[in-house]
Design a protein around this ligand. Structure first.
Ligand SMILES: Nc1ncnc2c1ncn2[C@@H]1O[C@H](COP(=O)(O)OP(=O)(O)OP(=O)(O)O)[C@@H](O)[C@H]1O
Length: 286
C-alpha cells in the first residue's frame, strides 16, 4: 500500500481514552481531490494534522510520497488549519513576505497571484482588521505559496460567502489542473464537495467507513423505496427510515429483492445516509 502521494496504514490516534482515529487505512491517488466528510468529532481534523506531521499517530504509519511522517511537517504538504493562525499586527502584504522566512520552499509570486484572484482582500490592511472570510483567503494564499504537492484544507469554505467560495474552489482546482496537486478537503458543505471532488473519504467515530472514487462508491450503493413492512435486505443496509406508508433505505452492495424501487444515490444522499446512521448508533448507546 505504498503507492500514492498519501498512504495511511492502520493509523490510530488516541487522546487518553478518546480514540480520535482507529485502524484507518487508505491511499489518496496523485492529483485527486478527496472530500473528507463525517459527523462532528469523527476525526477529520486529527487525520489532517497527522498527515501534515503536526501530531504523531499512536499506531500505524502515514506516508507522504513514500516518506513516513512522524510529527514533522513534510515540505511537500500545506495545511490550512481551522484556526488560520496569522500574525495579527502584520499587513497582508507583510504576511506574504513573511512566508519566505517561514517556509523552505516559497513563491511570493504565487502567493500574490492567489491573493489577486481572490477579490476583496486589501493587501495593505492589518491582519487583525480582516473579516473571517478574508483571513481564510490570506491563509489559502499562504498555503498555496508553499507550492505544495499535497494540499490539506480543513473547513476552507465555512467562513466564505458563496462568491468567495466559488473563487476559492476555482483556485484550488486550477492548482490541481496545472500542478497535479493532490487535495484532501474537509467540509460539511456537500454541494460544494460534489462540484469539485472526485474521491471520498468518509469517517465515523475515527474509522474509515467509505473510501474511493466517488463514481465507484455511488455505484456500490442504492436508495431503496418500498411499501411499509417490506423486508429489508439481510446485509448491507446503511440506514433506513419508515413512514406509515413506505420504507426508504440506503444499502451497500446488497442484492435488491422484489418490490423495491432502486436508484443510485447522489453524493449528498449517500453522505446524509451515513451521517443519519452514525447518529442513530450513537443515540442507541446512550
Ligand atoms: N487535543 C485533543 N485532546 C483530546 N481530545 C481531542 C483532541 N483533539 C481531538 N480530540 C477528540 O478527538 C475526536 C476527533 O476530533 P476531531 O477534531 O478530529 O473531529 P472532527 O471530525 O474534525 O470534528 P468537527 O467536524 O467537529 O471539526 C473528538 O472526540 C475530539 O474531542
Amino acid at each position: 500500500m505504498n503507492a500514492g502521494p498519501v498512504c495511511a496504514e492502520g493509523v490510530a490516534k488516541h487522546f487518553g481514552r478518546t480514540r480520535a482515529l482507529d485502524d484507518c487505512t487508505f491511499t489518496l491517488p496523485e492529483g485527486s481531490v478527496t472530500g473528507l466528510v463525517g459527523p462532528n468529532g469523527a476525526g477529520k481534523t486529527t487525520l489532517l494534522s497527522l498527515i501534515a506531521g503536526l501530531a504523531k499517530p499512536t499506531r500505524g504509519t502515514v506516508r507522504v510520497h513514500g516518506t513516513e511522517v512522524r510529527g514533522r511537517m513534510h515540505p511537500d504538504v500545506s495545511l490550512l488549519t481551522q484556526r488560520r493562525p496569522l500574525y495579527e499586527q502584520f499587513t497582508v502584504r507583510e504576511m506574504m513576505r513573511a512566508g519566505a522566512a517561514m517556509n523552505d520552499r516559497w513563491s511570493e509570486e504565487r502567493a500574490f497571484e492567489v491573493l489577486d484572484l481572490l477579490a476583496g482582500v486589501d493587501k495593505d490592511a492589518k491582519v487583525h482588521t480582516l473579516s473571517a472570510g478574508a483571513r481564510t483567503q490570506v491563509a489559502i494564499a499562504l498555503a498555496l505559496g508553499r507550492l505544495p504537492k499535497v494540499l490539506l484544507l480543513d473547513e476552507p469554505l465555512s467562513d466564505l460567502d458563496p462568491l468567495a467560495r466559488d473563487e476559492t474552489l476555482r483556485i484550488v482546482m486550477t492548482d490541481v489542473a496545472e500542478r497535479g496537486t493532490t487535495v484532501l478537503l474537509s467540509s460539511h458543505l456537500l454541494t460544494d464537495l460534489g462540484d469539485v471532488c472526485d474521491h471520498l473519504l468518509l469517517l465515523d467515530e475515527g474509522r474509515v467507513q467509505v473510501a474511493g472514487e466517488i463514481e465507484e462508491v455511488l455505484g456500490e450503493h442504492r436508495v431503496l423505496v418500498g411499501p411499509a413492512g417490506l423486508a429489508l435486505p439481510a446485509d448491507g443496509v446503511v440506514d433506513s427510515s419508515q413512514t406509515p406508508r413506505q420504507t426508504t433505505a440506503l444499502v451497500r452492495g446488497a442484492a435488491v429483492g422484489d418490490g423495491w424501487e432502486a436508484t443510485q444515490p447522489n453524493l449528498e444522499a449517500l453522505v446524509m445516509g451515513y451521517l443519519r446512521a452514525s447518529r442513530t448508533r450513537r443515540l442507541a448507546r446512550r
